[in-house]
Design a binder for this molecule. Structure first.
Ligand SMILES: Cc1cc2nc3c(=O)[nH]c(=O)nc-3n(C[C@H](O)[C@H](O)[C@H](O)COP(=O)(O)O)c2cc1C
Length: 169
């Protein structure tokens, strides 16, 4: 799949067949996540990967919009390492950029994923910190649920030229 097709056809995938995905595939997608831009090239992203079925079930009960997790093959917790963040506030943006790379890589591999919001909701961040027993310097940013797609939703037209507010020449 070329990059433009990937960009235009990626959708959030919330229904999975339940089939497993090999760990190496997930690591490969994480590799692409690590190619994202980051402030001062700080690469402050950190990743926690779980395919543990009990984890997936517990996480689905904790997060209000994560009912798909028990059918997923993996959940990835994307974190920001505050010790690696060079300018306060940029770390979450670094991680967000890595998440988008990850979602596109997963899509390009023919799998499906959805971003489950954690940051900046304090209660969800605390839940993740407690659940994964994270040290203080790791800031949970988002969970991604990953699985083999049950169906691929169509891609609506998302180009809204009116959102380009000004073009200076
Ligand atoms: C910061 C953020 C938080 C999100 N949180 C959730 C979530 O908790 N649960 C969920 O099902 N989707 C979540 N999404 C996915 C969006 O709902 C989805 O990207 C949006 O509806 C557009 O659909 P698409 O990804 O298929 O293009 C989140 C996306 C972002 C960027």
């Amino acid at each position: 799949m070329d990059i433009f097709t990937a960009l235009e056809t990626r959708r959030s995938i919330r229904h999975y067949t339940g089939e497993p995905i090999d760990e190496n595939k997930i690591i490969e997608a994480i590799k692409y996540a690590m190619y994202a831009p980051s402030a001062h090239n700080s690469r402050s992203w950190r990743f926690i990967l779980t395919s543990n079925k009990e984890h997936l079930l517990q996480l689905s009960k904790m997060h209000p919009y994560a009912k798909m997790l028990p059918d997923a093959s993996w959940a990835i917790l994307f974190c920001n390492d505050l010790n690696a963040e060079k300018t306060e506030g940029y770390g979450a943006l670094n991680v967000a950029a890595s998440i988008e790379n990850f979602l596109l890589a997963i899509h390009g591999m023919g799998f499906g994923a959805v971003w489950l919001g954690i940051y900046p909701r304090k209660e969800r961040m605390t839940m993740m910190t407690d659940f994964f027993d994270l040290p203080d310097y790791l800031m949970p940013i988002a969970l991604c649920s990953v699985g083999v797609p049950l169906n691929i939703p169509p891609q609506p037209n998302r180009f809204e030229p009116e959102k380009i507010l000004k073009i200076y020449k």
